[in-house]
Design a protein around this ligand. Structure first.
Ligand code: PLP
Length: 386
């Protein structure tokens, strides 16, 4: 058994940075108050909560009151889609939800539930073979904007790494007067998250993708965007998400995004070099391997493939045995043994999708790690094929 783990699954989750953990610790048992309490213990926690809100708002180019703390990216996606769709239906009668077939299930299943249980209609915008959402298709779908309750398009795809043309889509939505939400969970700490540049009304993030803790996320909600909360029971978060705020985790999320943003300009190009070395090496060294997603509009840390005739699970187990942690695409869908809905939307057959392999690089990744994978993978593929 290989000793050191070469962790190449940062799209699934990342370790908490030591400085992030350190920033969180006082808020578990020293400054542990309820931030809604009047007394000194509560006020101390509230100061930390509002400071984290301020930091995160500045990093996104938003106002503090536009940040809603949640428990994860999934909750943020749910809150955005349900919250905006239902409020817009009440206010305007609009009943159409426009999204894409490559969204995370947090969006797709929520959209399907809104269709099946709440009478919305669903339009899925086509994507091309690289997973890029077609801008013309959105223009067409917005032909009668009065029908449209909300549009949701992810900023970057988790399975194939494609980065979507959000600003262009946002400009169309703004012109039509329809709110646009983006699931930016995979983009956190990796792409510019300025909400004005992206032209979005709402954006979901989850801290555990950028070296923050699990169990905390945020929803940016532009002021004035219609919103109906689905967590009720208190006036926390401006009445938009009831529940005592998780101060230590929120402090950790703010610290983590602050550090990730500060390093983005240097870490992005470093990872891109390693990513391209990995992509080039796999395409050259593994017969029958093809890149999935876009070669150009792609997350810096993301390399995904389909490998003909090699079963994903077999490859992942064999890689694990030599100390490499990778994924077939989506940690959430693994074990489900169903072909990926994302690869299907890209026109990849179920037979080819069965050989999906994703490596997502991160802070710990070195050139030697990439070389090690490139050295081991061809033989692993051969073994799994036979
Ligand atoms: N959206 C995308 C694109 C993701 O990749 C993920 C997680 O993998 C989620 C949403 C869900 O985020 P969380 O794990 O924080 O609930």
């Amino acid at each position: 058994m290989h000793q050191r783990t070469i962790y190449l699954d940062h799209a699934a989750t990342t370790p908490v940075r030591p400085t992030v953990l350190e920033a969180m610790l006082p808020y578990f048992s020293e400054t542990y108050g309820n931030p809604s309490s009047i007394h000194r213990t509560g006020r101390g926690a509230n100061v930390a909560l509002q400071k984290a809100r301020q930091t995160l708002a500045e990093l996104l180019g938003a106002r503090p009151a536009e940040i809603i703390f949640t428990s994860c990216g999934t909750e943020s996606d749910n809150a955005a889609l349900r919250g905006i769709a239902l409020a817009r239906r009440t206010a305007t009668g609009a009943r159409r939800i426009i999204t894409t077939p490559i969204e995370h299930k947090a969006i797709l299943q929520t959209a399907e539930e809104l269709r099946d249980r709440f009478g919305f209609t669903l339009t899925l915008l086509p994507v091309n073979g690289e997973g890029v959402v077609q801008i013309d298709a959105l223009a067409e779908a917005l032909a009668d904007p009065s029908e449209v309750a909300v549009v949701s398009v992810m900023l970057a795809n988790n399975e194939v790494g494609t980065v979507e043309p959000l600003a262009a889509l946002g400009a169309l939505c703004r012109e039509a007067g329809v709110p646009l939400h983006t699931d930016a969970v995979q983009a956190g700490g990796k792409l510019d998250l300025n909400v004005a540049a992206l032209q979005v009304n709402a954006m979901s993030l989850g801290a555990h993708k950028f070296y923050g803790p699990k169990g905390v996320g945020l929803l940016y909600l532009r002021s004035g965007t219609p919103f109906q909360p689905f967590m009720t029971g208190g006036s926390h978060e401006g009445g938009r998400r009831a529940g005592t705020e998780n101060v230590p985790l929120i402090v950790g999320m703010a610290k983590a995004l602050e550090l990730a943003e500060a390093e983005r300009a240097s870490e992005g190009p470093r990872l891109r070099l390693l990513r391209d070395r990995l992509i080039g090496g796999v395409l050259e060294g593994v017969e029958g391997a093809a890149l999935t997603g876009s070669a150009t509009s792609r997350l810096d840390n993301h390399a995904s493939f389909v490998i003909d005739g090699a079963d994903a699970e077999g490859m992942l187990i064999a890689l694990d045995l030599v100390g490499v942690a990778a994924s077939s695409g989506s940690a959430c869908a693994s074990g489900a043994n169903r072909p990926s809905h994302v690869l299907d939307a890209l026109g990849i057959s179920p037979a080819r999708a069965a050989g999906a392999l994703r490596f997502s690089l991160g802070a710990s990744t070195t050139p030697a790690d990439i070389d090690y994978v490139l050295e081991r993978l061809p033989a692993i593929v051969e073994r799994v094929r036979s």
